[in-house]
Design a protein around this ligand. Structure first.
Ligand SMILES: Cc1cc2nc3c(=O)[nH]c(=O)nc-3n(C[C@H](O)[C@H](O)[C@H](O)COP(=O)(O)OP(=O)(O)OC[C@H]3O[C@@H](n4cnc5c(N)ncnc54)[C@H](O)[C@@H]3O)c2cc1C
Length: 453
């Protein structure tokens, strides 16, 4: 029997993409199977809506997976967990950190589901070392557009496995995931933090620390100009052994949000002056010389989760997140400088700017290639909507790409340029798999991935 449906106004996390959608919230597998077998309307799976744009929006049918959230089996000797796709990173961490295991790849919010993580093939601050989420997934069970369920892994049905990893829900609904967790000895990281004076020093810090650390990340003060463009705070961290000062595994508990934003604040609060002040303070507070310390998992992995509903800070019009990857070349620092300057020349600045280093990812639509990604947040305004296509052109010309989990505006033509032959092969595969275009989203319609229904 089909689960009940209702019409609700849904959005991506940026709240700039909105749609009234008929939504289903199956609680049992048989309801999910009935939905997948139903042929009369388009569907898209949705986790917790943490993709920023229109990836999990479909007015005809959104399948909310959050109630299919049970861990089915755990092999404690191997650290292998089999779970339903609605299980979140928060739940996995609460359950398994006390047992000595951590998801090997953790995105910047713990409120993402495993299904969403596989469908976006998410990365963490350790991408340069550990790769993408899907590289740690042993198998998935997928409900195909035909209604049939199929097991896929890197060994069996591997093309389907890699077309689903990063495939943004286009191959069907992931209904089970088997993931290999990573053993850890404590619930702390040994971190090193320091200021960097500009983008050249930032790149230098990534190069210096990448061989010896598990995680690397940089925060950029995007208000700094001239020589200081790209100045910020660099952090390198590695898992701490069970030593004095590190949090014992058994003491880990998921922290509640310290503060919650219950309503939309006026968007102008995040204005140029307020952000310049905040950035100056943050930069000034960071140590000038590398300073070691123990940091807890939530502070390092999920600083934004400390403020519940922080996306409301941008006001009712929401915001656009833009994450692009610029391939590594000998002139990478100059390219990053050019990129950050170009945004300033358009009179815009990013409220938050984060830089990470990546190796090549696996899969047709997986975002990372070897290089640096920069994630930026812009209040949703006509000026930002004009700027992003300019950035898209620039990124494509450098052989880079934008991250679909963050995207709301990319054009079909630029998607094809950025994702190249692998993207073309993937589009052919999903059209063969789903000739009637049963699984589509506003994103897939915008990017023209499947012929119309
Ligand atoms: C604060 C914040 C920080 C973030 N940091 C990072 C980061 O560091 N690295 C990173 O890679 N990403 C990051 N993201 C993006 C986020 O991790 C991904 O968008 C993730 O997919 C969101 O999971 P979700 O469960 O909310 O999925 P949704 O947003 O609901 O869906 C995302 C996509 O997955 C598909 N999908 C969801 N469930 C299924 C399923 N069961 N079967 C098939 N398809 C499915 C949807 O159709 C959609 O295309 C961040 C997001 C936020 C809000």
């Amino acid at each position: 029997m089909l689960p009940a449906s209702k019409t609700e106004r849904l959005s991506g996390w940026g709240r700039a993409s909105l749609a009234a959608c008929r939504s289903f919230r199956p609680e049992k597998r048989r309801e999910l199977v009935a939905l997948a077998a139903q042929a009369d309307n388009a569907l898209i799976a949705r986790g917790l809506g943490r993709a920023y744009g229109d990836a999990a929006l479909q007015p005809q049918g959104v399948v909310r997976m959050e109630r299919l959230n049970h861990c089915i089996a755990f092999d404690a000797a191997q650290g292998i967990v089999r779970a339903q796709p609605g299980v979140t990173f928060a739940e996995l961490m609460t359950l398994f950190i006390p047992r000595g295991f951590l998801p090997p790849i953790i995105p910047g919010t713990r409120h993402a589901t495993l299904g969403g993580a596989f469908a976006c093939n998410v990365h963490g601050k350790n991408h340069f070392r550990m790769g993408d989420f899907a590289e740690h997934v042993l198998s998935i069970r997928l409900l195909l557009p035909s209604g049939e369920a199929v097991e896929c892994s890197p060994e069996n049905n591997s093309e389907l496995f890699w077309a689903t990893a990063g495939g943004m829900g286009m191959t069907g609904i992931i209904e089970e995931i088997t993931l290999r967790l990573m053993p850890i000895a404590s619930a702390s990281l040994q971190a090193m933090t320091c200021r960097v004076a500009n983008i050249e020093q930032m790149v230098g810090a990534f190069e210096h620390y990448r061989a010896t650390n598990d995680y690397l990340v940089g925060w950029i003060d995007h208000m700094a100009t001239g020589d200081a463009i790209g100045r910020g705070v660099f952090e390198a961290a590695s898992h701490a052994p069970a030593i004095d000062g590190a949090t014992p595994l058994g003491d880990y508990s998921a922290p509640p949000a310290r503060l919650s934003i219950p309503f939309f604040t006026p968007g102008f609060l995040l204005n140029h002056y307020a952000m310049a002040l905040y950035n100056r303070r943050r930069f000034a507070k960071a140590p000038e010389m590398p300073e070691p310390s123990f940091v807890d998992f939530s502070g390092f992995f999920h600083p934004l989760d400390r403020i519940g509903g922080w996306n409301r800070l941008y006001g009712k019009r929401g915001f656009l997140q833009y994450q692009c990857l610029i391939p590594e070349t000998p002139t990478i620092a100059a390219q990053l400088r050019e990129f950050l300057t170009m945004i300033q020349q358009h009179g815009l600045f990013s409220c938050l700017a984060v830089i990470k280093y990546h190796r090549n990812g696996r899969g047709y639509l997986t975002f990372p290639i070897q290089g640096y990604s920069i994630a930026l947040d812009f209040p949703n305004s006509p000026a930002a909507r004009q700027l992003l296509p300019v950035l898209d052109e620039w990124v494509a010309a450098k052989g880079g790409r934008v991250y679909l989990a963050k995207d709301a505006l990319l054009s079909a033509a630029l998607f094809r340029r950025m994702y190249g032959n692998a993207g073309e092969q993937w589009m052919q595969m999903i059209q063969t798999l789903d000739p009637k275009a049963r699984f589509t989203s506003l994103m897939s319609e915008r990017l023209q991935w499947k012929a119309g229904r």
